[in-house]
Design a protein. Sequence first.
Length: 143
Amino acid sequence: MKRITFFFCLAVAAVIAWAAAKADDDVALPDDEPTTVNGVDVACTGVGDEARNDPRWRDYAVRIEFAGGEAQYLADLDIAITDSGGAEVVEARCNSPWLVADLSPGKYVVTGTFQGLTKTAKFTAPASGQARVVVRFPEVVGN
């Protein structure tokens, strides 16, 4: 009986550890600080005029903005970007309303989750210049 209890406790501990690791899969990006996720240069930014006008963000291939139903910026989102083949390219948590990413030219899908609501948008990362993508959550109104 002690052996069964030991193995049961070990199995429960393994499941709990797996669930905790899965919950932490999203990399929490620091605000206004370039970083790399899965080999892709990214930054989470967009709070305040100084951050929005920072010239560093113009060098990224894509600027993804998250907005509510009244065009207000939304922050504190889980974000995933997949390529045209469905492979995950970036998965992160962003506490600011913009995610800039230096993606290779091609077609992608971004998925944003805000307070349990999930929206997606298709976009193309250009070979030069910057694509602007706005992911809207029309049902989110107010501040």
